[in-house]
Design a binder for this molecule. Structure first.
Ligand SMILES: N[C@@H](CCC(=O)N[C@@H](CS)C(=O)NCC(=O)O)C(=O)O
Length: 241
């Protein structure tokens, strides 16, 4: 069986889980402990980041590389359109989501977590020993690796503007490109999940996220679209079993 080595609340890992679900593929999750657990990731894949997919003899890092492998392994339903122009749109949106949106979203979430001990605790790995959990909850910024992660005002305005555009776009349609689900939808849906966590993130996090974005009235159609997308993937998952 395929193994997905992941962090529970990483958007890139969520993107890969969504691809696996969309394609009805079964897999086993291996939770990686940030820090020490990444030694094993490094041994396995030659680099330290997750997601890493192990499919028999094939070991792949990077969500986009993994998505292309799964597309070749299980072509149905296609997540990359056959039409080359639509495929180009999908690549561009996926790349934007994985870079600009991911960076801004991650900074915004870390900043929100630094100010909110409840959010900080909900983000910690579930198997973390209680004493450590307490320390992380008490320490403001216990989750922050450095001030460089703090999102600047200009970047925050840019993030909100992009999300507003997306919300306006998705109010009238189900899919970002063409008339079917594609990797563009999954890449965007995964990254916005850091701003308002979906039901699949678990009860402690669902509905929480970046204050000012998660509750922003104009962004609600976007989060609603994401929730619908997640529901339709769950239905596929059930029928695959
Ligand atoms: N481009 C990569 C990004 C993966 C990534 O940023 N992974 C993060 C978790 S969200 C990670 O492993 N960070 C730990 C580290 O860099 O040591 C992808 O698309 O998969």
């Amino acid at each position: 069986m395929m193994e997905l080595h992941q962090f529970r609340h990483s958007a890139f890992c969520l993107k890969v889980r969504m691809v696996l679900q969309a394609k009805g593929l079964t897999y086993q999750v291996v939770e990686v402990t940030p820090g020490l657990g990444q030694l094993n990731v490094f041994r396995l894949s030659g680099q330290r980041q997750v997601p890493v997919l192990v499919d028999g003899d094939v070991v792949l890092a990077d969500s986009s590389t993994i998505a292309r492998h799964l597309e070749a392994k299980q072509p149905e339903p296609p997540l990359i359109p056959v039409d080359p122009q639509q495929a180009a749109q999908v690549y561009l949106i996926e790349d934007w989501a994985d870079t600009t949106l991911a960076r801004a979203g991650r900074s915004a979430l870390l900043q929100a977590a630094a100010l909110d001990s409840e959010l900080r605790l909900a983000l910690l790995p579930e198997d973390l020993p209680t004493p450590l959990r307490q320390v992380m909850g008490d320490l403001p910024g216990g989750l922050l690796n450095g001030a460089s992660e703090i999102i600047g005002k200009a970047e925050r305005v840019e993030l909100l503007t992009s999300l507003e555009q997306l919300a306006d776009l998705m109010q009238k349609r189900s899919w970002l490109v063409g008339d079917a689900m594609s990797l563009a939808d999954l890449a965007v849906a995964a990254q916005i999940s850091l701003m308002r966590f979906p039901a699949s993130a678990g009860a402690a996090l669902a509905g929480k996220g970046v204050f000012g974005l998660s509750d922003h009235p104009r962004l609600q159609p976007l989060f609603h679209w994401r929730d619908q997308l997640e529901l339709s993937l769950l239905e596929k998952d059930d029928s695959a079993r």
